[in-house]
Design a protein. Structure first.
Length: 144
């Protein structure tokens, strides 16, 4: 078996849905995901330390190269809905990753997603405008 079969970023495809509608915003250049846990520790009178990690959801970021106003429009609509008394959109992120070894696809869905526009971008001369969204999710499940 080849030793250089490992995943690279372009093996992943991402879909961000708000109320079931795809949010197609600009060019995704980076995606990060991290499991959040609460670390518990118990030291019994017997001297044994017992550790437990309790799952507390997921978090991460998206980085984009801005090519259209859709991300800005989405954030503006989300903010306007809040001030109009409407609930935030129900959001999900689906991550599909093609296995470098056998070509199969693993698919994971992050549910209960909330997003924040951390960087709306810097506009300067002939430089590209980069945007960053951070997100938090209630949980991740394997769907395929």
């Amino acid at each position: 078996m080849a030793q250089n079969n490992y995943n690279i970023g372009s093996d992943a495809k991402l879909t961000l849905l708000a109320d079931g509608i795809p949010v197609r915003a600009a060019i995704i250049t980076e995606f990060t995901a991290k499991q959040e846990t609460e670390k518990l520790k118990s030291k019994g009178l017997d001297g044994v330390v017992r550790n437990r990690h309790v799952e507390q959801g997921w978090s991460g970021t998206f980085k984009f190269d801005r090519s259209n106003p859709l991300l800005d429009d989405f954030i503006a609509a989300k903010e306007a809905a809040k001030y109009a008394g409407f609930p935030p959109p129900v959001m999900t992120i689906t991550q599909s990753v093609v296995s470098a070894e056998d070509g199969s696809t693993a698919k994971y869905r992050f549910d209960g997603v909330s997003v924040t526009l951390d960087e709306a971008g810097t506009y300067a001369g002939d430089k590209k405008v980069e945007q960053t969204i951070s997100w938090d999710a209630s949980f991740r499940i394997k769907v395929a």
